[in-house]
Design a protein around this ligand. Structure first.
Ligand SMILES: NC(=O)c1ccc[n+]([C@@H]2O[C@H](COP(=O)([O-])OP(=O)(O)OC[C@H]3O[C@@H](n4cnc5c(N)ncnc54)[C@H](O)[C@@H]3O)[C@@H](O)[C@H]2O)c1
Length: 329
C-alpha cells in the first residue's frame, strides 16, 4: 500500500508527506521541483518528473504498487492565472486528466485532491458550507472546480469508479512544529509570509489591500488553518476512502475568521516589534470575509483543526527567522 503524493515537494505536500510517514505509510513523491524544494521532502523517495508524463506515472504505479494518490501538483497563484490562463488550464486540469487516465489503467481508485475555498467566489453569507453555490472568480478557481467536477463524473463510472475526496482548503499557514519545513516567502503571495517578510527583511515593501471594508477594523477576514492540521486532513481523507467512503468535497478550515489587522497585531506581539506596512487600494475580486463551516469534514472524515492562530504565527515566525531564504534557493 504505497501512496503517490504529487507536488509533495511543495508547501502543503511536504507537510503531508511527513504526516503520512509519521503514520508509517509508504510514500513516493512526484514533483517537477519547478515550484518545490528537494530539501522539503524529508523522509520519502522523491521522483523528479511531471504528472503529465504518462509513461513515468505508469512506471511509478507498477514499481511501487500504488494504491492511492494525494494530488497537490498544480499552480496556485490567482493573479498569475488571470495573466496566463492557458498555463493554468493545461497544468491544473489537462495534466490532471492525464494522471487520472494512467491511474485508471493501474486500477488505482482512491484520490485526494487539493481544492480550494476559492471555488465559492464571494460567498453571500458566513460561514461557508459546501451547500453554497460555487462561483469561481479566477481562472485558478475555475481549474479547481473543473477537476472537482471531473472527479464527480469519474465516481459515476459503475464499471470502475474513482473515489475521491476534494479538500477545499481555506488559508494554509504556519510551519512544522519542529521548524524543519515551512513556506518559502519568495514564492508565496499569501498574507502571513508577507507579514513575516515585512518583519524580517528590511528591503521588503509590505502593502495591505484596503482598510475600508465593512468589518470591525476595516480589513478583510480569512480563515487561517495550520499547515499541519491540513496535512492531517489528508490522512483522514485517505482513511475515509480506504474504509469505503464515497466521493466527497468538503471544507478544511477552522471556522474562525481573522482580519488582516488582527494577524498583524498578533505577529507584532510575538516578534515584539512593529510590522511596517502601507495601505494600498482594494484588490478586485477580494471577498470581504470568508471562513469555513467545517462540520462536514468533522462528521465524514472525523477531522477537526487542533492548532490556534497563536501556534500558526509562532511557527511561521520561528521558521522564517531561521530560514530567511527559504530552502536556500
Ligand atoms: N497554499 C494555499 O493556501 C492553498 C489553498 C488552497 C488550495 N491550495 C492547493 O494546494 C496544492 C498545494 O499548494 P502549495 O501551497 O503546497 O503549493 P506549492 O506551489 O508549494 O506546491 C505545488 C507543488 O507542485 C509541483 N508541481 C506543479 N506542477 C506540477 C506537475 N505538472 N508535475 C509535478 N509537480 C508539479 C510544484 O513544483 C510544487 O512543488 C495546490 O494544488 C494548490 O492549488 C493551496
Amino acid at each position: 500500500m504505497t501512496v503517490l503524493v504529487t507536488g509533495g515537494a511543495g508547501y502543503i505536500g511536504a507537510h503531508t508527506v511527513r504526516a503520512l510517514r509519521g503514520a508509517n505509510r509508504r510514500v513516493v513523491v512526484l514533483d517537477t521541483l519547478e515550484r518545490g524544494n528537494r530539501e522539503a521532502v524529508v523522509d520519502a523517495e522523491l521522483i523528479v518528473g511531471d504528472i503529465a508524463d504518462q509513461e513515468l506515472v505508469g512506471k511509478i504505479c507498477r514499481d511501487n504498487k500504488i494504491t492511492s494518490v494525494i494530488h497537490f501538483a498544480a499552480y496556485k497563484a490567482v493573479g498569475e492565472s488571470m495573466i496566463k490562463p492557458e498555463m493554468y488550464w493545461s497544468n491544473n486540469v489537462a495534466s490532471t486528466e492525464k494522471l487520472l487516465a494512467v491511474l485508471a489503467e493501474h486500477e488505482v481508485n482512491k484520490f485526494v485532491f487539493s481544492s480550494s475555498a476559492a471555488v465559492y467566489g464571494t460567498p453571500k453569507s458566513m460561514p461557508v458550507t459546501e451547500a453554497m453555490p460555487t462561483v469561481p472568480e479566477s481562472v485558478y478557481a475555475e481549474t479547481k472546480l473543473a477537476v472537482e467536477k471531473y472527479l464527480g463524473a469519474l465516481a459515476l463510472n459503475s464499471a470502475q469508479p474513482m473515489n475521491s475526496v476534494s479538500l477545499r482548503y481555506f488559508n494554509a499557514a504556519g510551519a512544522s512544529s519542529d521548524n524543519k519545513i515551512g513556506e518559502d516567502w519568495s514564492s508565496s503571495q499569501n498574507l502571513l509570509p508577507r507579514v513575516m517578510r515585512a518583519l524580517l527583511d528590511g528591503t521588503f515593501k509590505f502593502e495591505i489591500y484596503g482598510n475600508d471594508y465593512d468589518t470591525p477594523d476595516g480589513t478583510c477576514i480569512r480563515d487561517y488553518i495550520h499547515v499541519e492540521d491540513l496535512a492531517t486532513a489528508h490522512l483522514k481523507a485517505l482513511e475515509y476512502l480506504e474504509s469505503g467512503g464515497k466521493t466527497l468535497a468538503c471544507n478544511i478550515g477552522t471556522g474562525h475568521g481573522t482580519s488582516v489587522m488582527q494577524l498583524i497585531d498578533l505577529a507584532e506581539k510575538i516578534a515584539k516589534r512593529k510590522v511596517p506596512f502601507t495601505v494600498a487600494a482594494r484588490r478586485p475580486g477580494d471577498p470581504v470575509s470568508v471562513y469555513a463551516d467545517a462540520t462536514l469534514a468533522n462528521k465524514s472524515l472525523s477531522w477537526q483543526s487542533t492548532k490556534s492562530l497563536q501556534q500558526i504565527v509562532e511557527s511561521a515566525y520561528a521558521w522564517h527567522s531561521t530560514h530567511p531564504n527559504g530552502y536556500g534557493k
